[in-house]
Design a binder for this molecule. Structure first.
Ligand code: ATP
Ligand code: MG
Length: 574
């Protein structure tokens, strides 16, 4: 494990309590083996980060191992592109699975053989009802299901049919292999669930070798047992599947395929975040519908998007520690995530100067053609990071909002006849300004007090209240700044709202924030053009920004706004 977030997490939770108890009783001989099992049918999102930090974090803290396993049992939706992206994201978060990279598809032979074991033990049968019949006979939450007319086929007939399913003799949907459990169970998951179905489809790893594929509930527990997983952590939706998880493993252990103790499934509550959606199905709609510019659009709640936005792995670590692990469903405020990113970036991002809405300022008594260096600290709390030279000359860029012709009381920035300090430079006094015919200020004039340069003896003899940032026009570089904001304007995208008609349906796409992206031309200090893609900075007084991973070039700088300095959303957006 790399990165400096590898320090153990101090906070405890019920899963740690279970592991501590297992270690105390010697259940696993002190072994802790977890796994992160994504299906490679999309990109990882913020919810997956919670699961990754939990599984890899426990393995790290208990000296165990966390397996990276692809749950690739549904060939139709899966792709190598997703496999590669998922591995890259897990590594980006700072985790390393070492030799433990697995695919459920590696177990297809065993899964098949174990299914034959279940048939021989009278625990599985081939059903030949149509999909409609099966649905009709499943029953409901209040009514029991009905036994299939094929439920009592002999072992020989079941084996023969199952082998012929595998051999490709039947079309999709002609037969399925089902577990023989209880069609009257109050738990619908136990009403003879499917184990194998016929799918004549190309698999991204096994190609055309198979035309029958195992179902998730069967493949998952068997994969866990084959890998000697001790604690199999999943989200709460799987609580009702746990009896099935145990049913399969108990029978396969009875048949001698596994030894006890068997892996224990433990459920925790998934991450729900407001102002976004965390479901691959919806994320795909955003991408395919062209509502965003791809999976790595900086507004997407994907790890690829987060990375491009400038979010940090350490910020995610802080976030997952802060929200904790429990069994109760909760909705986390986006502010919590944004605050974690701010906190982390405040520590690690060097400070730089950018003028986002440039207004010209001419220092009337500063010699033409001359320039000098001012020295700005790279990080105010970290003197060890040193200072850098920022050139000053006669013509500067300042923020338009840092000058007002008729300021309200308490405005300490530049105003007619007023004084401010040019941050890291001199105190100046405003001597005049120009306006265009529409009344817009086009240029401000000021005089320099040459006895006040920051960092020189006696510079602080005279104090002024205002302090503004600036850039030398001759040295500044122009850049594109992409101002990102939340993707959705409503805290619960697509959810019904008070006042909606009883039959009204909302679409989460209707809640997209139309102002989630804008692009501006801004001025940057020269060092920002030189920075490598993905370098993160605080632009003083503006927020945190990152050099775009894909589009930033020294000759054509592009920065993305990661997050503002403070939470401005509550006050109506930034
Ligand atoms: P989605 O619901 O977005 O389709 P998924 O659960 O189908 O996600 P998987 O690839 O199956 O995605 O997930 C891999 C692992 O990540 C699973 O163990 C799953 O429980 C976990 N996971 C997925 N979403 C969340 C979430 N919102 N919070 C915590 N863990 C999650
Ligand atoms: Mg899922």
């Amino acid at each position: 494990m790399s990165l400096d977030h590898a320090a153990p997490t101090p906070a405890t939770h019920f899963i740690r309590a279970i592991i501590d108890a297992d270690n105390a009783s010697g259940k696993w001989g002190g072994r802790v083996e977890t796994r992160f099992p994504p299906e490679p049918n999309g990109y990882l999102h913020f919810g997956h980060a919670k699961s990754i930090f939990l599984n890899f974090g426990l393995a790290r803290d208990y000296g165990g191992a966390c397996h990276m396993r692809f749950d690739d049992t549904n060939p139709v939706k899966e792709d190598q592109e997703y496999v590669d992206a998922i591995l890259e994201d897990v590594r980006w978060l700072g985790f390393d699975w070492g030799e433990h990279l697995y695919y459920a598809s590696d177990y297809f032979d065993k899964l098949y053989a174990f299914a034959e074991t279940l048939i021989r033990g009278g625990h599985a049968y081939v059903d030949s009802q149509t999909a409609d019949e099966m649905r009709a006979n499943r029953g409901t939450l209040t009514e029991p299901g009905k036994d299939s007319p094929f439920r009592n086929r002999s072992v020989e007939e079941n084996l023969d049919l199952f082998r012929r399913m595998k051999a490709g003799e039947f079309p999709d949907g002609a037969h399925i292999l089902r577990a023989k459990i209880d069609m009257a169970s109050p738990n619908i998951n136990l009403r003879d669930p499917a184990i194998y179905r016929i799918r004549h489809a190309h698999h991204h790893r096994t190609g055309e070798t198979w035309c029958i594929y195992p179902m998730y509930d069967y493949a998952h527990c068997v994969s866990d047992a084959l890998e000697n997983i001790t604690h199999s952590l999943c989200t709460l939706e799987f609580e009702d599947h746990r009896p099935l998880y145990e049913w399969f493993l108990e029978r396969l252990a009875d048949a001698g395929h596994f030894t006890r103790p068997l892996p224990q499934q433990i459920e925790f509550s998934r991450l729900n975040l407001n102002y976004t959606v965390l479901s691959k199905r919806k994320l795909i709609q955003l991408v395919e519908g062209g509502h965003v510019e791809g999976w790595d659009d900086p507004r997407m709640p994907t790890l690829k998007g987060a990375r491009r936005r400038g979010y940090t792995p350490e910020g995610f670590k802080l976030f997952t520690d802060r929200i904790g692990i429990s069994k109760s469903d909760s909705l986390i405020d986006m502010v919590v995530l944004e605050d974690c990113m701010r906190e982390d970036l405040n520590e690690r991002a060097e400070r730089r100067i950018a003028v986002l809405d440039p207004l010209k300022l001419v220092l009337v008594n500063y010699p033409e053609g001359q320039s000098e260096d001012c020295f700005a600290p790279n990080h105010p709390q970290k003197p060890e990071l040193g200072k850098r030279a920022v050139p000053l000359s006669r013509t500067l860029w300042i923020e338009r909002e840092d000058f007002m012709e008729n300021p309200p009381k308490g405005y300490f920035r530049l105003k007619p006849d007023g004084e401010v300090r040019l941050r890291y430079g001199y105190i100046i006094k405003c001597t005049g300004f120009d306006k265009d015919p529409n009344g817009n200020v086009t240029c401000v004039y000021a005089e320099v007090d040459f006895d006040t340069k920051s960092g020189t003896p006696g510079a602080d003899a005279r104090k002024v209240k205002g302090n503004i940032h600036w850039l030398s026009a001759a040295h500044a570089v122009e850049a594109e700044i992409r101002m990102y904001d939340r993707l959705f304007a409503h805290p619960a995208p697509g959810a019904r709202r008070e006042g909606d008609a009883p039959d009204a349906e909302r679409d989460f796409l209707d809640d997209l924030n139309p102002h989630s992206k804008s692009s501006i031309r801004a001025m940057l200090e020269p060092a920002l053009a030189q920075a490598l893609p993905e370098t993160r900075f605080q632009f003083e007084r503006h927020g945190y920004f990152v050099a775009d991973q894909k589009d930033h070039r020294t000759e054509r700088p592009v920065y993305n706004r990661t997050v503002t300095l403070r939470d401005s959303w509550a006050k109506g957006g930034a």
